[in-house]
Design a binder for this molecule. Structure first.
Ligand code: ZN
Length: 220
């Protein structure tokens, strides 16, 4: 069994960090975290102010059945999409949804964020793709994400916003923050010219260095 108190704390923290990072306003957006060995996720309560969220009131949900395991509280309306991603993308333990401004501007015009910055090559290893518009019924959003995603841990949903994921709620937050940050830079670039793509073999070098040789892990 995972440390579920720590997971509750991590989910609350990821939700608190959404408005702090400027990714959401009012009630939009949500973060969840998943413990596969417990068949359990925790997610933001529906329509709750971010400053009202605590580790104790994030909503527990049985992932295999979708059953909400707390009474008197409603899970985020985006719960079905979070469930679908945990069941269908191997290894992920955190999911975040936002309507962050610059990334959602790309979604409004149905454009990916092109692979034109080393920061995009580092973090995403590809353009951040944009799926065509779908409604939010059933598994439409989840299925579109599976169909249009590449190896980047984030995707734009046409006319809608961002889904990002990672191996923890914190990693999903990082992907959501980086998506907005690079979308803003590329948007600025588009005011003064045409962004220049990074060739795939060059992007590969940055991605490999960042994912295999960057930071302090594995240092002896
Ligand atoms: Zn949304």
């Amino acid at each position: 069994m995972a440390d579920l108190a720590a997971l509750r704390q991590a989910v609350a923290q990821a939700n608190w960090d959404l408005p702090k990072s400027g990714l959401v306003t009012m009630h939009s957006g949500n973060a969840s975290g998943y413990s596969p060995e417990d068949d359990l996720l925790y997610i933001k309560p529906s329509g709750m102010d971010y400053d009202q969220i605590t580790p104790d009131n994030v909503v527990p949900v049985r992932v295999s059945t979708g059953e909400v395991l707390a009474s008197g509280v409603r899970a985020s309306v985006d719960l079905p999409h979070h469930l679908f991603l945990y069941k269908n993308i191997p290894g992920i333990k955190g999911v975040i949804h936002t309507h962050s401004n610059h990334a959602t501007a790309f979604a409004a015009v149905g454009k990916p964020v092109p692979l034109c910055l080393t920061a995009i090559a580092d973090e995403f290893g590809a353009e951040i793709p944009c799926a065509p518009y779908v409604d939010n019924e059933g598994e439409h959003i989840g299925e579109a994400i599976l169909k249009y995603r590449n190896r980047a841990p984030a995707i734009l949903m046409g006319n809608h916003g961002v889904f990002a994921w990672g191996d923890s709620p914190r990693a999903a937050l990082k992907a959501a923050v980086m998506t907005e940050d690079v979308a803003k830079t590329v948007w600025l670039a588009m005011q003064i010219g045409e962004p220049k793509p990074i060739p795939p073999e060059e992007a590969e070098k940055w991605y490999d260095r960042y994912h295999n040789r960057y930071g302090q892990s594995g240092v002896k």
